[in-house]
Write a protein that binds this ligand. Structure first.
Ligand code: CMP
Length: 140
């Protein structure tokens, strides 16, 4: 798959707070095509593996616990310049710093429970998409 994709998760807090539909609406309004999507739950082991790059950070344990605390929506999104444009759409990692109208400003409650994940590079978008989806589950 080409590098015009990004990977996202609607995190357990946003799911619990009933924001799946509203967040998907923002993603659609942002011009992204959903090429893969599933409603699923990460085990602590899988969440730890997904966020392994943060293993040494003080918030790693809390992050793994939160990300495995309930169901998520995982999705692969396609658009020109997908990684950068999606990061603009979701806003800063800390919702306190997120621009007006961004997904995190609208739906996140804290830096840890920040509503959505977005890939930070084309390379990681591919890795993260492949972590959650088989090739037969992506429809570009
Ligand atoms: P995400 O984009 O999914 O990538 C890593 C996550 O770590 C990030 O969103 C935040 O939810 C979380 N994170 C980053 N910094 C902190 C922090 N200082 N305290 C708690 N969680 C954090």
């Amino acid at each position: 798959m080409a590098s015009n994709i990004t990977f996202t998760m609607i995190k357990p807090g946003a799911v619990r707070n009933g924001h799946i539909g509203a967040i998907l609406n923002e993603i659609n309004k942002g011009g992204f095509k959903i090429v893969a999507m599933k409603y699923t739950k990460l085990s602590a082991e899988k969440a730890g593996e997904f966020y392994a790059v943060h293993k040494e950070r003080p918030f790693y344990g809390e992050l793994v616990e939160f990300m495995s605390s309930g169901p998520i929506v995982a999705a692969v999104l396609q658009k020109d310049n997908a990684v950068e444009d999606f990061r603009t759409l979701i806003g800063a990692t800390n919702p306190a710093d997120a621009a007006e109208g961004t997904i995190r400003q609208l739906f996140a409650t804290s830096i840890g429970e920040n509503a959505v994940h977005g890939s930070d590079s084309d390379e990681n978008a591919q890795i993260e998409a492949n972590f959650h989806f088989a090739g037969t589950e992506m429809f570009s």
